[in-house]
Design a protein around this ligand. Structure first.
Ligand code: VGL
Ligand code: ZN
Length: 201
């Protein structure tokens, strides 16, 4: 087992981010056996779940005439518009059935406010609204976090950078992540993570 001060954070391994899903990531399901094996090694395991209302402002369909994967300005800055995905309570929002979700002690749902997206597991896209995960990790005595899941260049990267800024040591196991890779976002975010001090394993 890993030391008591380490947590595994499994980002958004949900049907909609797997092949066939509304925002399917190539090979998104291939990483699940490796994630299951990692979950069995850690004494603290957290899952995140992208959890949007149907009228969420990150959905292109909720912006008149906007195409998926275009960008709009929100009060908190630029926001990519996505195909509708991970709508609360739908099959697309459920964890992939192969994920051993029973091994987690905490599930953090994020992106549930209509007007703010939340890529990160710690802070919403306005960079100030907390999800509460920071406090949970501290209360559990966690100092080091390992991140895996979907997608490398959005929710994993934002979570890794926020966790680092919050004072945790952060490792991303890249083999247990897959990227959306929108306009070079995979390389850009890998660079941002390593420049900040995230360990890319
Ligand atoms: C994600 C885009 C929109 C992710 C979530 O999990 O990386 N990406 N919502
Ligand atoms: Zn989302």
């Amino acid at each position: 087992m890993r030391p008591i001060d380490q947590a595994l954070i499994v980002i958004d391994v949900q049907n909609d981010f797997c092949p066939g899903g509304a925002l399917g990531v190539a090979e998104g399901d291939v990483i699940i056996p490796q994630i299951n094996a990692l979950m069995a090694e850690f004494q603290t395991v957290v899952l995140t779940q992208d959890w949007h209302p149907p009228d969420h402002s990150s959905f292109a369909a909720n912006h008149l005439g906007a195409a998926p994967f275009s960008t709009v300005q929100m009060p908190y800055g630029a926001q990519t518009l996505w195909p509708a995905h991970c709508v609360q309570g739908t099959k697309g929002a459920a964890f992939h059935p192969a994920l051993h979700s029973d091994l987690a002690q905490l599930i953090v749902r994020k992106g549930f406010r209509v007007g703010i997206d939340s890529y990160s597991a710690l802070y919403e896209n306005d960079k100030t609204t907390p999800t509460g995960l920071d406090g949970y990790l501290r209360a559990r005595g966690i100092r080091r976090v390992t991140l895996v899941g979907l997608a490398t260049d959005f929710c994993v990267a934002f979570s890794a950078l926020d966790a680092l800024a919050a004072g945790f040591d952060v490792t991303v196991v890249q083999g247990a992540c897959r990227a959306i890779d929108l306009d070079g976002s995979r390389a850009r975010q890998q660079q941002a993570m390593s420049a900040a001090g995230v360990v890319l394993a």
